[in-house]
Design a protein around this ligand. Structure first.
Ligand SMILES: NC(=O)c1ccc[n+]([C@@H]2O[C@H](COP(=O)([O-])OP(=O)(O)OC[C@H]3O[C@@H](n4cnc5c(N)ncnc54)[C@H](O)[C@@H]3O)[C@@H](O)[C@H]2O)c1
Length: 466
């Protein structure tokens, strides 16, 4: 599923001034519709024989487990052979959806010890990600692990090392990294479409019980149908509690809160677009304001991240917010703000707005000029026109261009396809363990900052706390 957006580093302005894009994107009424471009990609065309299959198993069959499996079985040459979960109803449902031939178990070791399984998809609650990924890599399996790659920063390097040692593919599941829109935003950014990057703003807001993770709890949930002891793993021990099992995100023992759940997608996007390795200073605040249903995780978090200058980008500041009671109906956006405009990355479109900082100061309007004596105003204008002679006429630059991802493009499928292509071709996936840790760590550092009331320092290059 190769994307066809090209990554030239030529000046965006030069391209506009000389190419067809200039005509296509002029912001007049007659050409307004042409401001919208539909992104293109190459559909995968390879076919595989029955004995050239990658055999995959899924560990964790909740919402994302089913999503991952539904997507993965669409990839040519992939067969889902086994699933593991800790609620019996989900094992039964797996057979209903994917067939009675599926091997099902509550014990993930029964899956990773099987020689005939090549890869596993880990879609458990966050507190199991590192344990299962490491065990699977050690057993020689490729791993597709949901985001955030780890629950705590200090678990990250062990996953990175396990991946390196095994030589197996590990893909982290922030599928937006495989989207056409992020590829386009990256291309625009690298072409210099917004000039020098100054700041980035991002948010992911929600306004519903489901959005605040109040998921349905089955009426047959009990200590018989749920493997509560196994679920708890290395988390602090509690008596069986269906809320903690089915709505684990709301509890810091098992989840990572809004930061690990949602900040991490926005970091993945930002790092993909800017080739950044992460911020060096992190400060986060927030609170539990509305969803007081027994949870101990915050429902609003707002954070600031200082990115140092690197070879890939100038120093910039990143402000990030997730609000589970936003009052707006919700929405998600990443906005890169530069000296020449902004790139706005929405759900399935990218908008480029050009707005250059004038290179000349100008005069008049909200200015001191009219406070000068009449004679001084005249003299000043004469002086100004000598200092700044009129410029030759220039090609008008487009004010706005919108790039849309076609409906039939599925970034989740592209992400899974990349995973299997990398297994077959021995390549590094788009979101490997190092990328996964660099996206997870600042999110988890935001949690540390908020809960411990401190500024956290992180070295994204060395992937360690400072
Ligand atoms: N990429 C995305 O867009 C996206 C979207 C939603 C969730 N996620 C991630 O997917 C993961 C799962 O989220 P969810 O919404 O599907 O949760 P969920 O509660 O619906 O499902 C989690 C499942 O994991 C199972 N599980 C827990 N520990 C296990 C273990 N040791 N062995 C086997 N099974 C175990 C539970 O039984 C449960 O059924 C999370 O890490 C979440 O952050 C990613």
């Amino acid at each position: 599923m190769k994307k066809t957006t090209k990554n030239t580093r030529r000046s965006f302005v030069k391209k506009l001034a000389t190419g067809a894009a200039a005509a296509a994107l002029l912001p007049t009424a007659a050409t307004e519709a042409k401001n919208i471009q539909h992104l293109e990609w190459e559909k995968p065309s390879r076919r595989y024989s029955a004995n050239d299959k990658i055999r995959v198993a899924a560990i964790g069959m909740g919402i994302m487990g089913f999503n991952n499996c539904n997507t993965t079985v669409k990839v040519p040459g992939v067969e889902l052979v086994a699933v593991c979960d800790l609620y019996d109803g989900r094992l039964q449902r797996s057979k209903e959806v994917f067939g009675n031939q599926l091997f099902t178990t509550r014990n993930y070791e029964e899956i990773i010890n099987r020689k005939d399984i090549d890869a596993v998809i880990v879609s458990t609650s966050d507190h199991w990600h590192d344990h299962i990924s490491i065990a699977a890599l050690k057993a020689g399996k490729a791993v597709y692990c949901e985001k955030p790659m780890v629950q705590h920063i200090d678990e990250g390097m062990a996953v990175v090392e396990a991946q390196r040692k095994s030589g197996k593919v590990l893909q982290v599941g922030s599928q937006g990294v495989s989207s056409l829109t992020q590829a386009k935003a990256k291309e625009l950014y690298e072409q210099g479409a917004i000039g020098q990057l100054i700041t980035v703003e991002a948010w992911n807001d929600r306004q519903s019980p489901m959005g605040a993770w109040q998921y349905s709890i089955p009426t047959d949930a009990s200590e018989k149908t749920v493997d509560w002891a196994r679920f708890q793993g290395d988390a602090p021990k509690h008596a069986y509690d269906p809320l903690r099992f089915f709505r684990w995100r709301n509890y810091r023992d098992y989840g990572t809160g809004v930061a690990g759940d949602l900040f991490v997608h926005l970091f993945s996007g930002l790092h993909n677009i800017t080739s950044s390795v992460g911020p060096e200073r992190i400060y986060c605040t927030g609170g539990l304001r509305y969803w007081k249903d027994g949870r101990d995780a915050a429902d609003i978090m707002t954070a600031l991240f200082d990115y140092p200058e690197t070879k890939a980008h100038p120093a910039f500041n990143f402000q990030l917010r997730v609000n589970l009671i936003s009052g707006t109906g919700g929405g998600s956006m990443t906005r890169l703000v530069g000296t020449d405009g902004v790139i706005e990355l929405g759900w399935n479109q990218v908008t480029l707005r050009r707005n250059k900082v004038p290179t000349r100061p100008g005069y008049g309007g909200w200015d001191t000029l009219e406070t000068f004596s009449e004679a001084q105003q005249k003299e000043y204008i004469e002086w100004y026109n000598k200092k700044y002679p009129p410029l030759p006429p220039q090609i008008e630059e487009p004010a706005e261009a919108i790039y849309k991802s076609p409906r039939e493009f599925d970034d989740h499928l592209a992400h899974h396809t990349n995973f299997y292509d990398c297994i077959r071709e021995g390549r590094t996936p788009v979101e490997d363990a190092v990328f996964g840790l660099r996206a997870a760590a600042p999110s988890l550092a935001a949690n540390l900052s908020f809960y411990e009331g401190k500024v956290v320092k992180w070295d994204g290059e060395k992937m360690m706390m400072m």
